[in-house]
Design a protein around this ligand. Sequence first.
Ligand SMILES: [Mg+2]
Length: 229
Amino acid sequence: MPSRHLVLFDIDGTLLRSDGAGVAAMLRAFTMLHGDRGFSFEGTEIAGALDAVLFARMMAKHGLPANDATHTQFLETYRSELLRALTPGRARAMPGADQLALTLRTKGAATGLLTGNYEPTAFIKIRAAGIDTSHFPFGAFGSDGPTRRDLTPVALARAAAHHGRSFAPELVTIIGDTPADIDCAKAHGCRALGVATGPYSTEQLRSCGADLAVEDLSATESITRWILG
Ligand SMILES: [Mg+2]
C-alpha cells in the first residue's frame, strides 16, 4: 500500500561525502578546457549551490562565454574527471542514509533526489558511495532551475509523473545539510529535515527553520516514524 509521503534527499553532506573530489574534478575540467587561469572556488559557498550556477559564475569571473556549447563541454569533461577521481573508498555513504531510504520505501513512501548536482554526476557519486541508485527513480538536479527554491516544484512534478499521483506539500519532506535545503522546503510548504553531517550544526539548521535536525541519519526507525507520522 503506497503511503502519501514523498521524501527528497540532497546528496553532498547528506547521502554521502566525497572529500572534495567533486570540486577538484570541476576545477580540473575548467583548466583542461580553458587553460590554467588559477580557477578556484575560494570565496564561493559551494555547499547547497547548484552546479550550473557554479559553472556560470566561474565562466563570468574569468570572462569566458557561458552558453549551451561550453556548458555541455564542461559537463562532459567534469563527468569523466569525476569518474576518474572517485576511486574506491573516496566517496562514502553517510551513516544510515542508504538504510533510511530503504526503510522509507519499504513503508511505501516515494523517494527521490533534490540536489545541486548535475544528473549524471549525481548518480556517479551515489554509485561510488555504494548507495542503491534504485532509491532515486526521479529527482530535480543542478541545471533544472536558477535557484534551489526552483527545484522543489520540479521534483514534485517529476514525483507525480513517476508515481501517477500528486503529493501534498505538507506530506513532502526534504532532507539536507544546508540552510538552502531547509529554505527550498519551507518556501513551498514542505517539511525540512536538517542533518548535521555537512558544514552546519543541528542548532544552525534548526535556527533557519528545520522542522527537525539530527546529528546523522543513523536512527532510521525514529526518523522514519517522524517523517511518516
Ligand atoms: Mg548538501
